[in-house]
Ligand binder design. Structure first.
Ligand code: OGA
Ligand code: MN
Length: 312
């Protein structure tokens, strides 16, 4: 109990205008009170991204803290796991720390993360939060290697009304295979992976029943730009326009990593991306765990909410 008491004197400080807050004074390797998790869930709904500074977490401790947020996702591809199927080794070096050539598919997978996306949008039920822990980070002042975030609630609110009307009923196709379209040199999906994560579509405008049906944008910037009901060239143009819109600085925050940061983001309302860096010079090693969402993405016309969503 003494340790749990220690873990109550934390401070939450906003990081940027667009989104994000820093949490200091919590030791996530120690027991966390249920009311603290409830508070963190409220904070992430407000700020979108929380950075817990100066942590020292084993894999088992990260898994334990992550499970306090909800059940974890497993990754469809074995090569991404370290020792547990719920752990994703986000790094340009091998799981046992060996440097890798830029042609290695483990390095190429890092480049797939370089476009704005939200984790596991290729699933019918995408992720709630992701937790990314900084093990080896870029040296201070070295160029690139930050993680960018963009606030989809603010970006939606700032769209012109005619565009809001146009996108209100649309769905976008998300597919695990997008990485192969961008980087055809990656090994093809196995039959198991094709079966486990077939293409899905999600509403482009997401509504949040737990936030009074507020709307936010739900898209990725990668090659999955097929949009229901639109000819492909129109879909591409709309997709380009939306990606340019959400990339603007007033919606974004770029996190400069310190070793021991645990950054948690809300995949329902935030996009993120890895900023490019010189992969042949710098080692960059993170450990990610991911908490599953609690149901399919809901849009203004989804059966479950259609009579409850406020008209625009
Ligand atoms: C991820 C991811 C971004 C980064 O781990 O899901 O997109 O900066 N990472 O490595
Ligand atoms: Mn990601």
């Amino acid at each position: 109990m003494e340790q749990a008491k220690l873990n109550t004197g934390y401070v939450i400080t906003p990081l940027a205008d667009a989104l994000g807050a820093e949490v200091t004074g919590l030791d996530l390797a120690q027991p966390i009170l249920p009311e603290t998790i409830a508070e963190m869930k409220r904070a992430i709904a407000t700020y979108g991204v929380l950075c817990f500074r100066k942590q020292s977490l084993t894999e088992a401790q990260q898994i334990e803290f992550s499970k306090l947020w909800g059940p974890l996702e497993d990754f469809p591809e074995e090569d991404k796991t370290v020792s547990a199927p719920s752990v994703y080794h986000v790094a340009n070096v091998s799981a046992d720390g060996q440097s890798l050539p830029e042609t290695d598919f483990r390095v190429i997978f890092q480049k797939v993360n370089a476009r704005w996306h939200t984790d596991s949008s290729y699933r019918y039920v995408p992720a709630y939060v992701s937790l990314l822990y900084g093990i080896e980070v870029m040296p201070k002042g070295a160029p690139g290697g930050r993680t960018g975030f963009s606030n989809m609630i603010a970006a939606y609110a700032a769209l012109p009304n005619d565009l809001k009307d146009e996108i209100e009923p649309l769905h976008m196709v998300h597919t695990y295979e997008f990485g192969r379209r961008l980087f055809p040199e990656l090994p093809p999906l196995t039959k198991f992976e094709k079966e486990a994560v077939p293409p899905v579509s999600h509403p482009l405008v997401r509504v949040h029943p737990d936030r009074n049906y507020e709307r936010s944008l739900y898209l990725t910037a990668n090659a999955g730009n097929e949009i229901s009901g639109l000819p492909l060239d129109e879909a591409r143009a709309l997709h380009r326009r939306l990606v340019d819109h959400i990339s603007q600085p007033q919606f974004t925050y770029f996190h400069e990593w310190e070793k021991g940061d645990l950054v948690v983001w809300d995949n329902r309302t935030m996009l993120h991306k890895a900023e490019a860096y010189d992969m042949s010079t710098y080692r960059r090693v993170f450990r990610r765990t991911t908490v599953a969402g609690d149901g399919p993405v809901l849009g203004p016309y989804s059966h479950a909410v259609i009579n409850k969503v406020r008209p625009r």
